[in-house]
Design a protein around this ligand. Structure first.
Ligand code: 8Y7
Length: 265
């Protein structure tokens, strides 16, 4: 499945400032649905390395009108990308049904209680550190083992807060407190994470590790983004969080066709 990225932030790195206005954001969301996105991830806080924090009132102001409009105008599954329990609650109330939590290493359980109370989906993303500091010298002994262990422990802790494993998707958090080699190891190691038995969500689209490999700006990283998605689809990733919806849908569909043994048409 393809999850389209809908940033409603003035400072997001690849479509920064273009969809600040709620109407434009909704139109972009509808366009991604037309391109084949089965999920839309709406986010009002930039989490690129070094980005400044957004207060709750501002995040609500950005996100809620867009969630509400998309929920009333489309049947797409809406995910809210937030670290704040208050924003998660309001978005679930406005029609979202998944919380995308880049801070699944959290210690406060408020957001989990909202997920438990509503039965919503929950993306547990691994991050080492915080967006402000995560790219300063991230370290692991064995990144695949550590991230897998983190998920195993989180699933138990989530369950003790009333969030059933069936509600949870796992995401290794490419670029969140990881070097280039850590990112590559995690993509290569998705098969290990998938032994936990939960769906895997992967976000590689236009990320800076691709820029490091090929020396290209974000809007020239599509080839490698697609290659990662296809490769990952073969080792257990089931949901792809992307900017380029039509291209990713087409690539994944082509892979499916080639994997079928009998002729399709
Ligand atoms: C991811 C994400 C971002 C990701 C999940 C970007 C919000 C940076 N990346 N959420 N968010 N997984 N679950 O490049 O990889 O889109 S923001």
């Amino acid at each position: 499945m393809v999850m389209g990225i809908l940033n409603v932030t003035p400072d997001s790195f690849s479509d920064g400032g273009r969809f600040q206005d709620a109407d434009k954001a909704v139109a972009r969301g509808e366009a991604m649905v037309a391109e084949g996105a089965e999920l839309i991830d709406v986010g009002g806080e930039s989490t690129r390395p070094g980005a400044v924090a957004v207060d709750e009132a501002e995040e609500l102001r950005r996100v809620i009108p867009v969630v509400r409009a998309l929920a009333s105008r489309t049947r797409v599954v809406i995910s809210v990308d937030t670290r704040k329990a208050g924003v998660a609650r309001a978005a679930l109330d406005a029609g979202a049904c998944i919380v995308n939590d880049i801070e699944a290493q959290r210690t406060d359980t408020d957001l989990w209680k909202a997920v438990a109370a509503t039965g919503a989906g929950y993306v547990a993303m691994h991050m080492q550190g915080t967006p402000q500091t995560m790219q300063t010298d991230p370290r692991y002994d064995d990144v695949v083992r550590e991230v897998t262990g983190f998920f195993r422990e989180r699933l138990l802790r989530l369950e003790s807060c009333g969030v059933r494993p069936e509600q949870v998707l796992l995401d290794p958090g490419i670029g969140f407190g990881k070097t280039l080699d850590h990112n590559l190891s995690l993509i290569r190691g998705l098969g290990v994470i998938s032994t936990l038995g939960r769906p895997i969500l992967l976000g590689v689209s236009r990320k800076s590790f691709i820029g490091r490999l090929f020396g290209t700006e974000p809007d020239h990283r599509l080839g490698a983004s697609l290659a990662c998605a296809l490769w990952a689809a073969g080792s257990g990733a089931g949901v792809f969080r992307v900017h380029d919806v039509a291209e990713t849908v087409q690539a994944l569909r082509m892979r499916e066709i080639l994997n079928q043994e009998s002729p399709t048409r």
